[in-house]
Design a protein. Structure first.
Ligand code: 2NE
Length: 313
């Protein structure tokens, strides 16, 4: 039985939907740029970030799926057409100056903002056209910090920065036609952050260096063999299987999953990972009578009485 998805917002580069009925509780973000194999430009990343923030805040959502439109690609990484001399360039906002000399020109047919596009961009702090940067850096952190499982649903190519996106997701469900690889050294780029570190942790340092140093592509079967993905299914069953994995997680304790995600990430993310785990522990502690005694005493301007709370061995 296929899942019913309800649109959860208006975007330009992505579709953002939530499941309904028996499958309720899943948010799905689809990169909708199949004409460029779902490559991301700055606006794409800004919109994914906005959708993720909504999914985080929505207490009905317990699992998030990140995917690409169509069977050809999950994501092919940064859109090389808007790669300037110092990073990836945003499209000009209405009335804004053209990109700086030497930076990428506006794309044919895209010089004018689409109807509503300027408004969409203004929802977040404006990103200046002509000022190159890596928006995707913040997206990686956002996915890692998001206290709900994020599942990459991969059909076709997960290449370059698109491959790193699936790496930073918690789980990956792949179709049989999925192909994985890094291309940075071929196009003059690299991701030495999560792109190198998580890959080494997932497949081992030798294999990770092979993937980055040779820029080969790997089949879904090879990816499964090396522990890069969780499962591989026929393309026509990709969404059904992904939803099933989400449903299984939705039946489990949300806070256990939250703490597990923070725990898995803590070592890899250093002090910021410990901070997430520690603040999750504090969130739990706030729910205890012991912590509430401290709060109440402060409010009532009295000395706190912690004597009824055991000093646990
Ligand atoms: C993904 C791949 C292997 C697919 O190959 P194929 O043969 O299925 O498709 P084709 O014909 O190459 O692509 C179809 C159309 O999509 C565009 C192509 O230029 C082509 O356009 P037209 O010729 O039809 O007009 N397209 C595909 N990927 C694109 C991209 N990333 N940017 C702009 N246009 C793209 C094959 O397409 C491929 O290898 N793509 C390039 C992959 C790539 O170089 N990605 C960037 C890596 S760097 C990165 O992502 C990054 C980073 O390292 C650090 C920070 C941020 C980002």
């Amino acid at each position: 039985m296929s899942t019913t998805w309800i649109a959860a917002g208006q975007y330009t580069d992505i579709r953002y939907e939530k499941s309904a009925g028996a499958d309720a509780g899943i948010a799905k973000i689809t990169i909708d740029r199949p004409e460029v194999r779902n490559a991301f430009r700055p606006l794409t990343i800004v919109e994914i970030g906005q959708a993720l923030q909504d999914a985080r805040e929505d207490t009905e959502v317990g699992a998030i799926v990140l995917t690409g439109e169509g069977p050809e690609a999950f994501c092919s990484g940064g859109d090389q057409r808007v790669r300037g001399d110092s990073g990836y360039l945003s499209e000009p906002l209405a009335g804004e100056a053209e990109p700086l000399a030497g930076e990428a020109e506006p794309l044919a047919g895209e010089a004018e903002p689409l109807a509503g596009e300027a408004d969409e961009e203004m929802k977040s702090p404006p990103t200046r056209a002509g000022v190159g940067r890596f928006h995707v850096t913040d997206l990686h952190i956002q996915i890692r910090r998001l206290p709900k499982p994020v599942v990459a649903m991969v059909a076709g190519y997960a290449i370059g920065g698109g491959h790193v996106l699936h790496l930073v997701c918690d789980l990956t469900v792949a179709a049989e036609n999925a192909r994985f690889g890094q291309v940075g050294p071929r196009v003059g780029s690299f991701d030495g952050g999560f792109g190198a570190g998580l890959l080494a942790n997932q497949v081992g340092p030798k294999k990770a260096k092979e993937i980055w140093f040779l820029c080969r592509q790997y089949s879904a079967a090879q990816a499964l063999e090396m522990g890069l993905v969780n499962t591989v299914v026929p393309l026509e069953r990709l969404e059904e299987e992904t939803v099933q994995w989400c449903r299984e997680m939705l039946a489990l304790s949300p806070f256990s999953l939250r703490l597990l995600k923070a725990s898995f990430n803590a070592a890899e993310d250093g002090l910021s990972g410990v901070q997430q785990l520690a603040h999750d522990a504090n969130l739990l502690f706030y729910m205890s009578e012991e912590a509430q005694e401290g709060r109440d005493a402060y409010r009532q301007k009295r000395t706190p009485d912690f004597s009824r709370f055991p000093r646990r061995p």
